[in-house]
Design a protein around this ligand. Structure first.
Ligand SMILES: [Zn+2]
Ligand SMILES: [Zn+2]
Ligand SMILES: [Zn+2]
Length: 129
């Protein structure tokens, strides 16, 4: 770990040297690269598909992004009261006032142009693609 110029985003950051290429890569770019690199993909313990790992379960077995998302939607203990409609639903995003469900997220976003971190993430992906 040292500070240097990332060979991918060209910013001065905490970087690691890529063992294969010998170039310096920051943590954000490394994670992104890993996400798109199928050699880092693991077989999901839930659906059996080989995909980018979303998280690990209690036994450190990989679970893909798709199953993570499903779990989040179905696991009612993760649901919260939506700031707009007041229904107990999966949280799509958060604003300063509170959590927002996916239905309200879509309508409010159009109406008020809510800018969220989630939105930003999507933009990053779009730029990468
Ligand atoms: Zn970088
Ligand atoms: Zn899966
Ligand atoms: Zn709502």
């Amino acid at each position: 770990m040292s500070t240097g110029r990332c060979s991918i985003c060209k910013e001065i950051k905490t970087v690691n040297r890529d063992r294969k290429t010998g170039s310096l890569v920051c943590r954000a770019c490394y994670t992104r690269k890993r996400y798109h690199n199928s050699s880092f993909h693991k077989r999901c313990t839930r659906c059996g598909e080989t995909r980018a790992v979303g998280k690990r379960d209690g036994e450190d077995k990989p679970i893909c992004k798709v199953c993570c998302e499903k779990e989040r939607k179905h696991n009612t203990s993760l649901h919260e009261k939506c700031f707009f409609c007041g229904n107990i639903k999966p949280v799509e995003t958060r604003i300063e006032s509170g959590p927002i469900c996916c239905v309200c997220y879509n309508t409010q976003r159009r109406r008020y142009g809510i800018k969220t971190n989630r939105n930003k993430k999507h933009q990053d992906v779009a730029i990468m693609a």
